[in-house]
Write a protein that binds this ligand. Structure first.
Ligand SMILES: C[S@@+](CC[C@H](N)C(=O)[O-])C[C@H]1O[C@@H](n2cnc3c(N)ncnc32)[C@H](O)[C@@H]1O
Ligand code: SF4
Length: 379
């Protein structure tokens, strides 16, 4: 593969844990911040030589809550990345932040470090819901965070929003689309709530202590939200992602378009050097491995050609524009249309997909059955 790559940094710390979240992140581990930054810097140095011919056009700090790290440690990590990797001058630099972790000084530092895209965890516009979710902020703090970044000149802002929350109404999701537009937010990630095993939310569900909307109603909420967002000029470019023109997240687009990325940090996943691999999940072990100059990869796998083809199609179909058939043909040296003509024609007749001679994409109204359409193409 010759195209540019993405760089992902996992920062596994949060102010507090939200009831629904099973991401690899911890609260109350401030004592590990400094060693963690050192470990990540060492991991970056380890990949320096291996990546000397790679060019990175996106850098994504995700988590957890990267903005919880003190400015000096963020600076240390950013300097290490700039030293060890060929990061293009016009690269997209994104960071996920929680509104409760950003003040004027932090916003200024992020700007100075070169971050040009900020993804803010909003989740809901309802303060009662935010309290229930054990979010560390309220709606007005979210607004202040948006304004702060605007003041610093960072206008490429995303808000994460969750659909299917307790007592969420259609009016509320329409309000949210309009509210985010009015605030000047350029990108919205709208995720359907997933009840993850082992979270406080799943315990509440088991014990009938919370009433969640059923799947049909969550689909209705998604549709209402989508219509309201489109009306305001957001375009859906991926199942859960809506952006104003030119504000699509380049980092995520790269992953869906099957470009390479290197992930550094706890539990980080990578797809590069012809392999998929990921790091261990235990924080203390991750740190101690790098402190003794040992690699932190837990599993690594070279994908077969068939697995690669399936992944290419599965990831591409998540995008509104779908996947390029000629790119597939070039990458895998075969003719996708000729090989899948019957399925393509049948799915077209059923109005489930659209094939325009170059791209194959899901019919815009059929995204709610995306997974079952994808299974038709499993190679
Ligand atoms: C790493 S967090 C974003 C930044 C920051 N940690 C925060 O929450 O403010 C990634 C996003 O994943 C989404 N998310 C996490 N767990 C989820 C779940 N169980 N169901 C739906 N969305 C979830 C949330 O919208 C969250 O903002
Ligand atoms: S949603 Fe964000 S802030 Fe909440 S626990 Fe997960 S990573 Fe941390």
């Amino acid at each position: 593969m010759t195209s540019n790559c993405g760089l992902y940094l996992h920062i596994p710390f949060c102010l507090s844990k939200c009831v629904y979240c099973d991401f690899v992140s911890f609260s109350g581990r401030e004592n590990a911040f400094s060693d963690y930054a050192e470990a990540v810097a060492r991991e970056a140095a380890y990949y320096k030589e291996k990546c000397k011919d790679k060019f990175f056009d996106t850098v994504y700090f995700g988590g957890g809550t990267p903005s919880v790290l003190p400015s000096l440690l963020l600076q240390k990590i950013v300097f290490a990345l700039r030293k060890d990797f060929n990061i293009l001058p016009d690269a997209e630099w994104s960071m996920e932040v929680n509104p409760a972790t950003v003040d004027d000084e932090k916003a200024e530092v992020l700007k100075d470090l070169g971050f040009n895209r900020i993804s803010i965890g909003m989740q809901s516009t309802n303060d009662d819901t935010l309290r229930f979710l054990r979010r560390a902020h309220c709606k007005s703090q979210f607004e202040e965070t948006v304004k702060l970044f605007f003041e610093k000149g960072i206008t490429n802002l995303n808000a994460d929003f969750i659909l299917g929350l307790p007592d969420q109404t259609k009016d509320e999701v329409v309000f949210t689309a309009n509210y985010l537009f009015d605030l000047g937010v350029k990108h919205i990630s709208a995720y359907a709530l997933k009840v993850e095993k082992g979270t406080p939310l799943s315990k509440m569900v088991r014990e009938n202590k919370v009433n969640l909307p059923d799947d049909d109603f969550t689909c209705d909420l998604y549709d209402e939200f989508r219509k309201a967002a489109l009306k305001k000029g957001f375009e859906r470019y991926e199942v859960s992602n809506f952006a104003q023109k030119g504000y699509e997240c380049r980092h995520n687009l790269n992953c869906w378009q099957y470009r390479e990325y290197l992930g550094l940090g706890l539990n980080a996943h990578s797809f590069i050097f012809g392999k998929r691999f990921h790091n261990i999940q235990n924080l203390d072990q991750y740190i101690s491995r790098w402190m003794s100059e040992k690699n932190s990869v837990s599993t690594s796998r070279r994908l077969s050609k068939d697995e690669q083809k399936t992944e290419f199609v599965m990831l591409g179909l998540r995008l509104e524009k779908g996947f390029s058939v000629s790119e597939y043909d070039n990458l895998f040296n075969e003719e996708f249309y000729q090989k899948n003509q019957d399925i393509i024609n049948r799915l077209q007749q059923q109005k489930l997909i659209i094939y325009d001679g170059e791209f194959i994409r899901i019919h815009p109204e059929k995204f709610y059955i995306l997974n079952s359409i994808i299974t038709e193409f499993i190679i």
